[in-house]
Design a protein around this ligand. Structure first.
Ligand code: ZN
Length: 298
């Protein structure tokens, strides 16, 4: 998610603001909200835990925590000031060192504390995620990159990272726990409500190589993996059927948009012409127009 970045036409100004985003600028969490963000086991998946995240504003992305006798593997690490809180939560489970950190993508609410983990851990991301972070001047670009697929092995665990193509950004990794039949999708899949009660919708980060036209094909790649449990970029644990539903909703949105464009609907008119109420995706007008531009210039 990058909700903060697409308010009005203030993309560039907001990008600057994000790099100095701090705890002080994020809304304070209530005790009830804090309780929702505590580390918890993924049911039926021994050794796998989640530190929940419901948005890019208050709680960050979902983190996966794989615990083995020899060390810990993390997927994502929330915001730039999240390191101490993450360590506190992981230390409730184990004193084993954190050896690997995998990034699902480059955004500040997923890879924000990379730099804090680097002294002790390898931080791994897709080569395009590193390129995006370097271009944007973000701290802690991954120190190890891959192109199509990679894996780390520790104790009895294997954790794979797969690149299936563009979608949310140009560098989205799907992280796969084959023995647990579980995937962490990053923001290629997100679900439900933010902590402030508003509804999550897909965000195509065109400034970082995202593509609405490629997104559902990228999900086809994800669906070639054998899994029954899904950790989305933000939101509750999901099933394989939920991913299929998400993909179907995305396809329907794109078909409607394409049909309207082919019928001559203008960039201004598309915002009111397209009806997405049955999808429960309240897409912001500027997000719809960005997709319009991609389809129009295809
Ligand atoms: Zn994101």
């Amino acid at each position: 998610m990058l909700n903060k970045l697409i308010v009005g036409g203030l993309l560039v100004a907001s990008l600057v603001a994000v790099s100095v985003l701090s705890a002080q600028q994020r809304p304070a969490l209530t005790a009830e909200q804090e309780a929702r963000l505590q580390i918890q086991p993924v049911p039926g998946k021994p050794g796998l835990f989640i530190i929940p995240g419901f948005d890019g504003n208050m709680s960050g992305g979902n983190m996966a925590v794989r615990v083995t006798d020899e060390g810990v593997i993390l997927v994502d690490n929330k915001f730039a000031d999240s390191f101490a809180g993450i360590m506190q939560q992981v230390r409730k489970l184990t004193d084993a060192p954190i050896r690997y950190v995998l990034n699902t993508h480059s955004h500040f609410d997923h890879a924000g504390s990379n730099a804090d983990f680097m002294p002790a851990a390898q931080v791994i991301g897709h080569e395009n995620a590193r390129a995006n972070m370097l271009r944007n001047g973000d701290a802690g670009p991954p120190s190890v990159t891959y192109d199509g697929r990679t894996a780390v092995f520790m104790g009895d665990a294997e954790v794979q990272a797969h690149y299936f193509g563009r979608g949310h950004t140009s560098g989205d990794s799907v992280v796969y726990f084959p023995d647990l039949r579980t995937v962490h999708t990053g923001d290629l899949v997100l679900w439900g409500d933010r902590m402030d009660g508003t509804t999550l919708t897909p965000f195509i980060d065109y400034a970082n190589g995202g593509s609405a036209l490629a997104w559902t094909t990228t999900l086809d790649g994800l669906l070639t993996l054998d899994f029954d449990t899904v950790i989305p970029g933000h939101g509750p644990l999901l099933t394989r059927a939920d991913v299929l539903e998400f993909q179907d909703k995305f396809s329907r949105m794109m078909m409607r948009m394409t049909r309207l464009i082919d019928a001559g609907t203008s960039r201004d008119a598309i915002v009111t012409a397209i009806d997405l109420t049955d999808l429960n995706w309240p897409m912001a007008p500027e997000r719809l127009q960005a997709i319009y531009d991609e389809i129009y210039s295809r």
